[in-house]
Write a protein that binds this ligand. Structure first.
Ligand SMILES: *[C@@H]1O[C@H](CO)[C@@H](O)[C@H](O)[C@H]1NC(C)=O
Ligand SMILES: *[C@@H]1O[C@H](CO)[C@@H](O)[C@H](O)[C@H]1NC(C)=O
Ligand SMILES: *[C@@H]1O[C@H](CO)[C@@H](O)[C@H](O)[C@H]1NC(C)=O
Ligand SMILES: *[C@@H]1O[C@H](CO)[C@@H](O)[C@H](O)[C@H]1NC(C)=O
Length: 392
């Protein structure tokens, strides 16, 4: 058994060694030589480079297999990771049949063909050139590493999808994983954006989905339906407060982490996500502190407080769910997470519907009994506040 494991390990390490080294044997036209190379983990691509520490420039050669009617790209992302913020070199068949290289900056996942133009990048580019041979595109470029940094997020791409003669779109799968953080000095590469940043983004997502997206609706369901059962009075109130307070604490931690992540990513702002988040923070904080201003049950203003509390509450729940889906689009995690959240929300919605059907007859019966007793209502407010009537 043991020798089998040892030889398996040996085989795997040899395999690793050989794949890690396979870029070494690649050669380039015009006798271009590069001192470093990385076999990139996706799309069969490789990157070769010479780093000049005297002036912070690097000569790169990016090679990737693709059909000659497709396109390839290599990008540095000085402000983020992946496609948003990428400063890309795109090689594709030009209108004259020769391989063309564009330098293009991407600021969104949705790209119109008219957005794909040859423009200045956010760092100087001294040369760019590309060629196609034997099933491979190769892009040659000399650029100044932004901010004289040697560790940068890079991304690479290869696809057959063109529109109006320019690269447009790529498949999912490996094409979404093709990014890393590359140290041009040591040749070491790690996952793009730093694992810790991605981990913090995921923590931000999980905290907010639980706090705003799950606990808050559950707290609202408790308040609306459990209080109908007289036996649960006043237990529902404490359950509601406990649920919403935990939701608020968890949600605010996630919110704060989101602000921190936002302040760290210079140049990229997800305006909609951020604005909704700030509105949510204000509404939820008002909601928590309004508890302290809650008039007594018999007070004549209590009905107004209830109307305010319910409308702000529902508003928070709707905005939270909208913003969680915004977050899914930004973070773009595996589909199963989005599906899981949709499942949870649909279940809560279903539970609410069933409880709605169960509790209305009880509320109506109680209401008609009480209005019989009081000869069709004692005060004007009771009619409009059917369901608010039994608030503690
Ligand atoms: C860039 O960084 C290298 C190494 O860190 C340093 O030797 C060089 O002087 C820097 N160049 C500029 C232009 O700042
Ligand atoms: C940067 O330095 C290298 C090597 O020292 C040199 O070959 C290259 O021309 C320089 N590039 C620029 C833009 O000055
Ligand atoms: C691009 O950069 C070059 C060189 O720095 C400059 O001359 C040119 O005006 C820039 N083009 C645009 C559109 O900014
Ligand atoms: C450049 O480097 C300095 C010092 O490391 C840092 O404070 C600054 O944010 C960097 N700028 C960019 C655009 O990355």
């Amino acid at each position: 058994m043991k020798p089998a494991i040892i030889s398996l390990c040996l085989f795997l390490s040899l395999l690793h060694y050989s794949t890690a080294q396979s870029c070494v044997s690649e050669t380039f036209s015009s006798n271009r030589l590069y001192s470093s190379c990385n076999s990139l983990p996706y799309l069969g691509a490789s990157l070769h480079w010479n780093y000049h520490s005297s002036n912070g420039t690097v000569d790169v050669a990016y090679r990737a297999p693709e059909s000659s009617s497709g396109w390839v790209a290599w990008a540095v992302n000085p402000t983020g990771s992946g496609m948003i913020g990428a400063n890309a070199f795109l090689a594709f068949p030009g209108s004259n049949g020769a391989v063309t290289v564009y330098t293009t900056k991407f600021s969104s996942y949705t790209v119109e063909a008219s957005d794909v133009k040859d423009e200045n990048l956010s760092f100087p580019v001294y040369s760019k050139q590309a060629e196609y041979a034997n099933g491979y595109y190769t892009i040659f470029a000399t650029l100044e590493l932004p901010n004289n940094s040697t560790k940068l997020n890079t991304a690479w791409q290869a696809s057959t999808q063109l529109q109006n003669g320019v690269p447009n779109g790529h498949p999912a799968g490996d094409n979404l994983l093709s990014k890393n953080n590359l140290d041009f000095l040591s040749g070491e590469s790690g996952s793009a954006g730093g694992n810790s940043r991605l981990r913090r983004k995921n923590i931000h997502g999980v905290l907010n989905a639980i706090g705003w997206g799950i606990l808050m609706p559950i707290g609202a369901i408790m308040a609306r339906y459990v209080k109908v059962f007289q036996a649960a009075d006043p237990a529902w109130f404490y359950l509601h407060v406990a649920c919403q307070c935990s939701a608020y604490i968890i949600g605010i931690s996630g919110w704060g982490l989101g602000l921190k992540l936002g302040s760290e990513s210079v140049g990229i702002t997800y305006h909609k996500h951020r604005d909704i988040a700030i509105a949510l923070f204000c509404l939820a904080t008002v909601q928590v502190f309004a508890l302290l201003l809650r008039p007594n049950k018999e007070h004549k203003y209590r009905i107004y407080w209830n109307v305010y509390h319910h409308s702000v509450g529902y508003c928070i729940i709707i905005l939270s769910i909208v913003n969680i889906f915004e977050g899914f689009d930004i973070l773009d995690p595996a589909k199963k997470w989005k599906h899981a959240y949709i499942g949870v929300i649909a279940t809560l919605g279903g539970v609410a519907l069933v409880l709605e059907a169960v509790t209305w007859p009880i509320v109506l019966r109680r209401w008609s009994r009480s209005s019989e007793k009081s000869h069709h209502g004692v005060n004007g407010a009771s009619g409009s506040g059917v369901r608010q009537h039994q608030v503690v």
